[in-house]
Design a protein around this ligand. Sequence first.
Ligand SMILES: Cc1cc2nc3c(=O)[nH]c(=O)nc-3n(C[C@H](O)[C@H](O)[C@H](O)COP(=O)(O)OP(=O)(O)OC[C@H]3O[C@@H](n4cnc5c(N)ncnc54)[C@H](O)[C@@H]3O)c2cc1C
Length: 428
Amino acid sequence: MDIAIIGGGIGGLTAALTLHQLGISCTVYEAARELRPSGTGINLQPYCVRELYRLGLEDRIREIGISARGLAYYTRLGQHVLTERLGSEAGFDWPQFHMHRGAFHMMLADQVNRRLGPGALKLGHRCVGVEQDGNGVTVRLVDRETGKTAGPVSADVLIAADGVHSTVRAHFYPDEKPPHWNRVIMWRGVTGDTRMLDGRTMIVMGTFRQKFVAYQIRKPPAERAAGENDIMLNWLCELIVPEDVEFRPEDWNRAGSAEDFAQEFRDWVFPWIDVPDIVSRTAGIWEYPQVDRDPLPQWTFGTVALLGDAAHPLTPIGSNGASLAIVDARILGRELAANPSDPQAALKAYEADRRPAMEKVLGGNRAGGPEHFMPLVEARAPDGFDDIRDVLSEEELRIASNYRALTGLTTELVNGCRSLIPPEHFVN
Ligand SMILES: Cc1cc2nc3c(=O)[nH]c(=O)nc-3n(C[C@H](O)[C@H](O)[C@H](O)COP(=O)(O)OP(=O)(O)OC[C@H]3O[C@@H](n4cnc5c(N)ncnc54)[C@H](O)[C@@H]3O)c2cc1C
């Protein structure tokens, strides 16, 4: 079986490493001409860390990541609401990691090149069309350097991991509307030489109307200098934008400006964090409108499957977009290994496992994700409180953990499974 993967992002590269582990041949076609360690921070949840360790990446992950201890929620007045324990601290057998997204992405690309060989990840190859017949799939590609046709390429199976603006998704859903924007804009940055709390706790301060989120990450290994403090603070400021304000289409890498938001956070100065200072010292600012797409009725079409953001782009609220794409890749690999003679049935089994689960997560994110108790606190205690139990009921205090359960993040589910793919399928 030969598989073409469209998109060399986190989902596509994990799919390639998984297929290689299973002895299934594949090639990744990535539109970007060069992969750069761009981006800010990302979280990897324990259920995906387990799978990355199963791919033999534990040392690499530990080199770039910081094992998370907790997630602390504060009001816009800086008052502590509650702290959730995370990863190993919460009893999971695998940690949750905070890390530089670009460092993680580059590490995956490096592993694909090393394990599959240099020809397996083809940069500068943009998919512009897909055709299917009884014998498999034909992918039309354009070489980004020359602008000329590269291909066509034939494969038995096509995995579309080409992100929120997926060309392959658009092929099957030509009338789909643009991504849905919830009118929240995020400005993101990374500030060096800044330590916050114990260095392993993430914070969420405020609500969807105005929010500050931060956690510590390490510089990518390639950028570290000997003896230098490589710990940085990954942060994001969010504001909701009035109905009458127009916004440009979403793009993770768009440059932003402090002028558009910093003034709104000028009073967010507390003994343990100084938001204006952090924003003023940042190395750069990226701007992103929070978008998602409506759930699809179908993710697989004969021998073509959508994966990751191409299948289920989510508003980035639960810190799990990359982790869920990695799980997609592992489940898809598991089904192909279990049923190599009938890839169409394998893809259907993948969809049956993942699509209903992701529809629930999408609904959970649209309802406010793990944080949707925070607007209740702001509305009921706008000037602060003495005891959070006077403000929130026991059930409301469990909102965050109930959301985690929706994504499969309970110790029973995670620790009860040692690998999504039975190790007897591993060839490499
Ligand atoms: C720069 C960046 C920063 C992000 N930061 C966060 C974050 O902080 N928190 C969070 O939860 N999520 C974040 N995300 C989203 C998160 O990384 C994704 O939810 C997750 O990684 C899913 O990955 P994916 O591989 O499905 O899609 P992506 O990571 O978007 O990868 C898609 C890949 O496909 C390529 N591609 C697109 N079209 C074509 C085509 N026609 N032909 C060939 N290749 C194509 C793209 O260049 C890209 O490399 C970020 C995404 C990006 C791109």
